[in-house]
Design a protein around this ligand. Sequence first.
Ligand code: ZN
Length: 363
Amino acid sequence: MKKRNSYKFYSLLLIFCLAIGGITYSCGPSGGGGKNGTPPPPVAYWNNNTPKVNGDSAYAFVKKQVDFGPRVPNSEAHVKCGDYFLEQFKAYGWKVEAQSFKAKRYDDVELDSRNIIASYKAPNATRTILLAAHWDARFVADKDSTDTKKPIDGANDGASGVAVLMELARTVSQAKVKPTVNIDIVLFDSEDQGYPNFIKEQTKQDTWCLGSQYWAKNNDTNYWYGILLDMVGAKGAKFYKEGYSVRTAKGVVNDLWQVAAKIGTNGYFIGLNSPEIVDDHVYVNKIKSVPMADIIEFDPNDPATYFAKYHHTHKDNIDIIDKETLKAVGQTVLQYVYNTFGSQEQADAFQKAAQEKAKPAAK
Ligand SMILES: [Zn+2]
């Protein structure tokens, strides 16, 4: 789960927005962009050679993770699955690194954790983008009515975001046309080990997103922008413009949703805001000032809980995963990445060529 910020205020605002209807991102918890509000994708450029992602392959990556068992830190499944990621990204020709650390859980239990970092280098690129998801599974099913203290499969909450990123790495590795921008894929560990609902006294702050907190404090790369994927594989999922992303990465959010409209994945990407939530992008933004959009499922029928019914229950298993959803998210993100120039020189050259073309022909 991700705790919500000022949940009541934002959900009232959301209900208000929905009630008056027809208004999209001009209404909602948007501050219109902070210091990182409107960055990147500079010139309107569309890469027609963006390769196609494969939904079956993305689905297989979800299944593979689930088959290890719940990837809860300090478990064997967790170690094995982490090793699998390292091998897999390496096989795609990406540079891989495991950033090991001890995360301290809310109850002071030490979690042996690893952030998995896979890097793609584009020739002559000076810009690097960040694509991320969390890979750990929740250690309790604290929103379930049975087996509350057993870990969940986390097929959607954890495995789906990772699966889409693995599919992007695979697709790029096989593509004839490569991205022009450097890409770091970061799989954050220990995101979902925060306070269980059944613990009444919750005195500690920041008990979620331990991997991204550690990573952000120990990384000195300058990122052009970031995209976080969380719960991106459920059948019929809807992705609203998440409030914190809108406030701090408005340009990225709006451009991503425009890409979705253009490639026809806007049945998934809805042009309405959802309330703010705390997820890895918040720490990446606060600690490193990277404008980062969170693509995360929102249940509009239940804004009070934000999440769909399966969330943090044993229903979050392979049965709710749909390859079409995975594919829609993957293709939208990949198109956006391919539309991103790897350097200012490339952006300038494109703009210059466009201006030349627009000039009336000499008589
Ligand atoms: Zn979760």
